[in-house]
Every structure is written in C-alpha cells, then in structure tokens.
Design a protein. Structure first.
Length: 152
C-alpha cells in the first residue's frame, strides 16, 4: 500500500497505542492511534484497510462506512450471506465503496500468466488445477477456530 501511486498511508491503528506507535515508526507512517474509533474519527482519512480477524470484518467495515470511509477489507469480506447483505446495506446507505482485498486477480505473477496465455506462449489452456495447504495443527491458532471464521 505504501508503494501505491494513487494514495498515501497516513495512519495506523491498534488496540494498544504503544504497538501502533512502534509499527507506525518502523513503517514511516506519520500517525498512530490507540483505537480503531480514533482512526475512523480522523477527517483526513478517506479509506481504511481492515486486516482484523475474520469475525471482525463486517462490524468494522460497517463502522468505517458509517464514518464515511471507503473500505478495503481483507478476505473473507463476510462469513455468511446475511453478513454480506449487511455490508451491501451499509454501502447503499453511506455511498462509500466496500471492496474485498482479493489480490489474486491483480497480483503481478497472475497478470504475467494471463499475458503468456493471451500471447499464445503456452498454447491453449484446457484445464487448470491448484492446491493450497499448510501445516498448522495448533487448535488455539486463530486460523483454526471455526467459530470466528478460521479455516477454509
């Protein structure tokens, strides 16, 4: 985000001000907030990126929209169809944009693959197969707690 040509990262928030200040200093970000509410109240902030745990994506995306901020929310943007409908309602009510941070469509490696396909460099694509896995057997790891959106 800091390398983006069409915007500037001007603030970072955490539930702990010290942590926010530490990361902001390390990343060269000028403002640090000790709460998400403080960040949303800043009139200089036009858009927010929400990388919180999955079960917090919808509530904080809605709070951001209601504060007049555009939202880029980490995936999954919602855990259920009902939550997705709530986000659509917030978007319609506030007029802000709410998008899912699904980088695969625009990642440079996949754009290059698309270029190779379109140029005919690898022939006709007849089938694509993918596999993603990792070994994380820790039941306390947030990615493995289904109740709060962990796991596949």
């Amino acid at each position: 985000m800091q390398r983006c040509d069409s915007g500037n990262v001007i603030a970072l928030a955490s539930r702990e001000l010290g942590k926010a200040e530490r990361w902001a200093g390390e990343l060269g970000i000028s403002r640090a907030f000790g709460s998400y509410e403080e960040l949303l109240a800043d009139p200089d902030i036009e858009a927010v990126y929400i990388p919180l745990p999955n079960h917090l994506h919808v509530p904080w995306s809605i709070k951001a929209a209601e504060a007049g901020k555009h939202v880029l929310c980490e995936k999954p943007i919602a855990l259920t169809a009902h939550e997705a409908t709530q986000l659509l309602g917030a978007r319609n009510r506030t007029g802000v944009r709410i998008e899912e941070a699904f980088m695969v469509r625009t990642h440079p490696q996949w754009l290059r693959v698309l270029e190779l396909i379109e140029a005919g460099r690898i022939g006709d694509v007849c089938s694509v197969m993918g596999h993603f896995s990792y070994n994380n057997p820790d039941p306390q790891n947030i990615r493995n707690i289904a109740e709060i959106g962990g796991g596949a």
